[in-house]
Design a protein around this ligand. Structure first.
Ligand SMILES: CC(C)(COP(=O)(O)OP(=O)(O)OC[C@H]1O[C@@H](n2cnc3c(N)ncnc32)[C@H](O)[C@@H]1OP(=O)(O)O)[C@@H](O)C(=O)NCCC(=O)NCCS
Length: 139
């Protein structure tokens, strides 16, 4: 992924349920590039439009678990699904994890996304547990 892709990524983020402006996404992209161990990969149409992307991050080691990779986002444009694009993006993310010697990939997925769960299970992922995510705004 590079800067020129971010306008298309804005519309994909919206489809995923995380609406942001292109400017906000650009600011995060620049920060991520500087500070994190991450993989960001796009799928493009023949015309050069971004029709899917995946972000995978290296999760820092904790006392309870060794290092692992975390799929932060995977989305394919609604008009392009069912063509193998999601599978290709996931393969690319897995390749990134292998290259970075991360032995486990974790995906947190909203309980509502039953189609996506089928897709992941089909690709060898198992539902390990279901959790609540608690947040508190301190700003
Ligand atoms: C989940 C998602 C990334 C999968 O991408 P995709 O490009 O549609 O998936 P693929 O075409 O690679 O594979 C989908 C599988 O479902 C089947 N499928 C058939 N028609 C399909 C359709 N209309 N939509 C989705 N999958 C379909 C495919 O045959 C394939 O099965 P197979 O691996 O046994 O051949 C995509 O559906 C998506 O963006 N969903 C909304 C966002 C989302 O939920 N993301 C996950 C967040 S955790």
């Amino acid at each position: 992924m590079d800067l020129a892709d971010l306008e298309d990524v804005t519309s994909l983020a919206d489809q995923l349920g995380y609406p942001s402006s292109t400017e906000e996404i650009r600011t995060r992209f620049m920060r991520i590039q500087r500070t994190q161990n991450y993989g960001l990969f796009v799928a493009k149409s023949n015309g050069g439009k971004v029709i899917g992307y995946v972000q995978i991050n290296c999760e820092p080691e904790t006392l309870l678990a060794g290092p692992r990779a975390d799929v932060a986002a995977l989305i394919v444009d609604a008009n392009e699904r069912g063509k193998g694009i999601g599978a290709a993006l996931l393969r690319q993310a897995e390749h990134w994890a292998e290259q970075n010697k991360l032995p486990l990939i974790r995906i947190r997925s909203n309980i509502k996304r039953t189609d996506a769960h089928r897709f992941y299970q089909n690709k060898g992922y198992v539902i390990n547990k279901s959790s609540h995510i608690l947040t508190k705004s301190i700003a």
